[in-house]
Design a protein around this ligand. Structure first.
Ligand SMILES: *Cc1c(COP(=O)(O)O)cnc(C)c1O
Length: 353
């Protein structure tokens, strides 16, 4: 190693799902939405004046912040926006997880949490889920430097109740509890209303899944004015201009379109419920999903084999070569046509054995 390399901040990065360069791929591997975003986003993009590109964007992204605040019935001072919820959560780690006590999150969860904890040198403890992938609130009632988990959880799709989360938030008045609601619009109940009562609860959501705008990179957090103020102080100490002008304009237009959101989610939920039957018929077992994916374990054939054989047929799903979750495939819910192609491919693969 060169001398200077001893002083490098070493990181083991998060590995996102593959984005294939070729066309003709049925892409069920990164929980993208198969349907288009709101027509209001298209209109905002067409109306965008490129002369504005000369100018820095509003550092507070107020147009987008106000639109989100209006949509969710909170004050603008309770909303923080970032470049996808990954950026929002990274900022939240830096802001709120700043003690010597370990941050708690499940052992099976979004695999970015331990990466952020490592890069920011935050101690953490991974709490085992139950056999059926549930969170036991009692496990989160002990000294800690913060708590985070997704609801529904990823990659399991399992939804926890508002009561469970309320219990965890209430029992931890000395920590910030972050609930990552990336998939809440697919049938879950958000804990957003609890932010009015608990000033240590931060709820994070994203435009990437339910709003079909993963490529625009918009995430947001809603919480008490105090939490948001602390996050903004950190953000303005790192990079003032995270949200670009095009994103702000398209995001502000899209978030107001409740109808598009509801219709898109309803379609995905219908396809998901049908997929549960189709996969069960083919011998797959899975925890009940309330997200836009199913975490399914094939019978009599390794998940990795199914993953590889689907890939050869240009159908991409997600597989992790790790203990426990390695027995499963995470399959994003696509259009009905895409799912039919998946079932046909699975029939062939299972027959081959
Ligand atoms: C997809 C996802 C995110 C990040 O989404 P962004 O595209 O960065 O908004 C965050 N948390 C979980 C659990 C996710 O699945």
């Amino acid at each position: 190693m060169s001398d200077w390399e001893n002083n490098v901040r070493k990181a083991v990065p998060y590995i996102p799902g593959e984005q294939p360069k070729s066309t003709g791929v049925i892409k069920l591997n990164t929980n993208e939405n198969p349907y288009p975003p709101s027509p209001a986003a298209t209109a905002a993009l067409e109306a965008f004046n490129t002369d504005e590109m000369r100018l820095y964007p509003a550092p507070d992204a107020s147009q987008l912040v106000d639109a989100i605040a209006e949509t969710y019935g909170v004050k603008s001072s309770q909303v923080f926006v970032g470049v996808g919820s990954d950026d929002v959560i990274a900022m939240a780690f830096m802001t709120f997880f700043n003690s010597d006590r370990p941050v708690l999150f499940p052992d099976i969860t979004y695999s970015f949490y331990d990466v952020w904890a490592d890069i920011y040198r935050i101690p953490y403890e991974q709490i085992p889920l139950t056999e059926d992938f549930r969170i036991r609130p009692e496990d989160y009632i002990r000294p800690n430097g913060g708590i985070i988990f997704p609801n529904p959880n990823a990659p399991t799709g399992v939804l926890e109740s508002v009561e469970t989360i309320k219990k965890i938030v209430e029992s931890n008045p000395s920590s910030v509890v972050i609930i990552d609601e990336a998939y809440i619009d697919f049938g879950g109940t958000s804990v957003l209303p609890l932010t009015e009562k608990y000033d240590n609860l931060l709820v994070v959501q994203t435009f990437s899944k339910s709003r079909s705008m993963a490529g625009m990179r918009i995430g947001y957090a809603i919480g008490s004015e105090k939490l948001i103020k602390y996050m903004n102080d950190v953000k303005f100490s790192v990079n003032s201009y995270t949200m670009n002008r095009v994103t702000i304009a398209c995001g502000a237009a899209a978030v107001r379109d409740r109808t598009c959101l509801e219709q898109t989610c309803a379609k995905i939920i219908t396809t998901r419920e049908a997929a549960k039957k189709e996969l069960a018929q083919r011998g797959f077992t899975f925890p009940d999903s309330m997200s836009n994916f199913i975490f399914a374990r094939p019978r009599n054939i390794p998940a990795k084999t199914v993953f590889e054989k689907l890939r050869l047929r240009n159908i991409f799903v997600r597989h992790w070569d790790k203990p426990v979750i390695g027995d499963y495939l995470r399959i994003t819910i696509g259009t009905d046509e895409e799912m039919q192609a998946l079932y046909r491919a699975l029939d062939e693969i299972l027959q081959e054995g």
